[in-house]
Ligand binder design. Structure first.
Ligand SMILES: [Zn+2]
Length: 209
């Protein structure tokens, strides 16, 4: 079993599988599970024992199962600092973990080493490798395709540019929220990350540069 990142909604079942499956993940998943932590939305207690991954990697690895190569790829910083994308090469299916929220602003966990700006670069790493006709599974939202993933990447790029411009003009986060600078991307704000939260996240991320 592969954990795409450490958040409890993607690792909470680990203990149930540990007796029959080896748990694999990026090394930062094991590290952060052991520490536990609080995101903006929920607190995850430290994880111990058999619920922890027993095989960890930095860049990625390949599994040769069911007559195909299954690649786990760490494309770089994104949703957290320990995300993996899982590519079932023969099946032509790509699981993006939470680097991809289909049709919604993503939750990007800055407190777990994530970055919206770096997420865009990580998406490019994946888009540069997968076939144009691959099926793409997001961490949240409906199954889509490469066109859907590209559209999401373009939205992130445009939103970052918009917030960057507002910051350069001296606007505070409150002003950006009041002026609804993300109004052109309204359709993306119907998930659990609303436009105001996403403005704050992108601005905080940009302030770190
Ligand atoms: Zn997550």
């Amino acid at each position: 079993m592969i954990n795409t990142h450490w958040h409890g909604d993607h690792t909470g079942g680990n203990a149930e599988f540990a007796d029959t499956a080896a748990i694999l993940a990026h090394s930062n998943v094991r590290k952060r599970l052991m520490m536990g932590g609080k995101t903006t939305f929920i607190e995850f207690p430290p994880v111990t024992g058999k619920a922890l991954p027993v095989v960890t990697f930095e860049q990625g690895l390949s599994l040769w199962w069911n007559g195909e190569e299954i690649r786990a790829i760490h494309p770089g910083i994104g949703h957290t600092d320990g995300d993996s994308v899982i590519w079932f090469m023969k099946s032509n299916v790509v699981h993006m973990g939470d680097d991809y929220f289909a049709s919604a602003f993503p939750f990007v966990d800055l407190g777990s080493g994530g970055s919206v700006v770096k997420l865009i670069a990580s998406l490019d790493v994946i888009l540069g490798q997968i076939p144009a006709d691959a099926k793409v599974i997001p961490g949240h939202g409906p199954v889509t395709d490469v066109a859907g993933l590209r559209k999401y990447r373009r939205m992130l790029d445009e939103v970052v540019a918009t917030v960057k411009k507002a910051r350069a003009a001296g606007n505070t986060v409150e002003q950006m929220q009041k002026e609804k600078i993300l109004a052109p991307w309204d359709e993306w704000g119907k998930g659990f990350i609303k436009a105001d939260i996403f403005i704050a996240t992108v601005a905080e991320d940009l302030a770190k540069k």
